[in-house]
Each structure stands twice: as structure tokens, then as C-alpha cells.
Design a protein around this ligand. Structure first.
Ligand code: G1P
Length: 289
């Protein structure tokens, strides 16, 4: 079965980015000339997905507005003869069909995904976390749908991390089945240092079989007192199998100050409008350090 829908949880408070995220959602913070969430949506679109389900909370309406048609802006730009800009704005709203579901209380990532059950229904779907941006030749999610089409079981994207960082991630253990692919045997959310020998960290890209919803409905709070997606994933892996996929590309944790700054530099160096001047500027700055 083809993956047609993607769930993007955007209900989080964004405390790591206060005060910037006090009045605007952290997903709307800019990287060069577009909000971080637009990069995620563009990855979804480039992976052939037809519908996005945002799991939102109060204060996040800017995200919905960003992907909506803005009648007043369209007319103001057109009247001023700025037709190219108007077309660009309309392009954003034409990118994809968007549905929003409100998560009334923050109860964890697992609970946020469970909120999408009625809109997703009984078909495989993708999950993308807004903090994780991936720069790659082929979109990360497209690489994953290619694997999913082969194995027809759930797939999580992973990257290798140093042992001292494993406690920050969901960690998977498994056995390799082919290049970049591992059959998952065990997974644990944010393991205490020294409790896993695996360095395979889940990043915010998943393709899941819909069985996950029943499992999530029965999952009790885990790490941090929250309903953890990783706990439900382990139950799903035990039930019908799951694969970990080492994607090709570079991932940035744009939910962290350093990761966000690194993402700005990486994306700016690839942006046709600014790459040359920006690269010269960085070289100049480096000389002064
Ligand atoms: C979430 C997941 C974790 C995953 C991480 C990737 O954690 O719970 O399993 O490794 O995203 O970014 P968070 O970073 O939201 O604490």
C-alpha cells in the first residue's frame, strides 16, 4: 500500500527557544527565507505524499495560516504588479492538502500521533518531527518510502551518534539485513548512559503501519511521564516487524540553538540568492576569529 498521508506534530511549547517562541510558534522561526516547517512540508511534497495532518495546540494558528491562501495579500501584491511574489505565495498554499487536529493537553509524542487516528484511518502513514531538518540529494522521506514499498513494514530513520549522546534519543538495536537497513529487535526511549551498546538513534522520520494507533491507545506513560511513541514502536516491532534505515544526508536538530545555527549556515550556503556572498562573508568572519 502507498504512503499518502503525513502527520506532523507541532503542538510543543518550544521552551528551548524562549523568548523567540513566546508569541510565535518555534516552527515559524526562519531559516534564510522560509520558516523551518516549510522545509518539512516541502520534503513531504517531494516524497509524493498527498495530505498533511498537523497536530496543533493553541497559539499555533500561524502555521495553518502560512499554508493557507491569503486573499488580501494576493490582491495587494497583484495590484502592485508583484506577480512573481504573489505566485510564490500562492504556491505555498497550493503545496498540499492540510488538515489540523488539536491536541488539547501536552501528553507526549505518542499521544500527539494517536490524535491523528481518525484522519489517517487504516493505512500506512508518515510522521515527521518539525525539529529535524535533513539536507540530502533525495528527500529523506522519499528514501524511506522506497524502502517501505519493498518491505511493506514500518520504517524509522536512524543516524549513528556518539555514545555520550544516546541518552538524548530513542535508540534502536537490531541486525543488519542489507546496506543501511537493520531489522529492529529492541528500542528504548532516552536510555540511561551505559544501558545500551547501540549507537543507532531515531531521528524524526517514521513510516508506520496503522496498527500503531491501537497500541498507542493502550500505551501507559513512560520516560518523563509522557506517552512515548518509542514504547509503542517496540510493541509494533514485536507484533509485525520494523526496520531501521540509515538515511543518506545530513540531519540538523533545528530545535536546539546550535543545531538551528548550523542549519542556517548549511541552507544559506545552498541558497541561490545568497550562497556566494554568504560564503565570502563566512570566510571573512573566520579570519577574525
Ligand atoms: C523525539 C523522540 C526520540 C527521537 C527524537 C529525534 O524526542 O521521542 O525518540 O530520537 O525525537 O529528534 P525529542 O527530541 O522530542 O525529545
Amino acid at each position: 500500500m502507498k504512503v499518502r498521508k503525513a502527520v506532523i506534530p507541532v503542538a510543543g511549547l518550544g521552551t528551548r527557544f524562549l523568548p523567540a517562541s513566546k508569541a510565535i510558534p518555534k516552527e515559524m522561526l526562519t531559516i534564510v527565507d522560509r520558516p523551518t516547517i516549510q522545509y518539512i512540508v516541502e520534503e513531504v511534497v517531494a516524497s509524493g505524499i498527498e495530505q498533511i495532518i498537523f497536530i496543533t495546540s493553541s497559539g499555533k494558528s500561524a502555521i495553518e495560516n502560512h499554508f493557507d491562501y491569503d486573499f488580501a495579500l494576493d490582491h495587494a501584491l497583484t495590484d502592485k504588479g508583484k506577480t512573481r511574489l504573489a505566485e510564490e505565495m500562492n504556491h505555498i498554499s497550493n503545496l498540499i492538502d492540510v488538515v489540523s487536529v488539536r491536541q488539547k493537553k501536552p501528553m507526549g509524542l505518542g499521544h500527539a500521533i494517536w490524535m491523528a487516528r481518525d484522519v489517517v484511518g487504516n493505512e500506512p502513514f508518515a510522521v515527521l518531527l518539525g525539529d529535524d531538518l535533513v539536507l540530502s540529494e533525495q528527500p529523506c522521506l522519499k528514501q524511506m518510502t522506497n524502502l517501505f514499498n519493498e518491505v511493506q513494514e514500518s520504517v524509522v530513520a536512524i543516524q549513528r551518534v556518539p555514545a555520550e549522546e544516546t541518552y538524548q534519543y530513542g535508540i534502536v538495536e537490531g541486525t543488519p539485513t542489507s546496506t543501511r537497513v537493520h531489522k529492529i529487535e529492541r528500542m528504548v526511549e532516552k536510555p540511561a548512559p551505559g544501558t545500551t551498546r547501540s549507537d543507532m538513534a531515531i531521528i524524526g522520520r517514521y513510516i508506520l503501519q496503522p496498527d500503531i494507533f491501537d497500541i498507542l491507545g493502550k500505551t501507559t506513560p513512560g520516560h518523563g511521564g509522557e506517552i512515548q511513541l518509542t514504547d509503542a514502536l517496540l510493541a509494533l516491532a514485536n507484533k509485525r516487524g520494523m526496520y531501521a534505515y540509515e538515511f543518506e544526508g545530513t540531519r540538523f536538530d533545528a530545535g536546539d540553538k546550535m543545531g538551528y545555527l548550523k542549519a542556517i549556515i548549511a541552507f544559506a550556503l545552498r541558497h541561490p540568492d545568497v550562497c556566494e556572498n554568504f560564503s565570502d562573508h563566512i570566510k571573512e568572519v573566520a579570519k577574525t576569529l
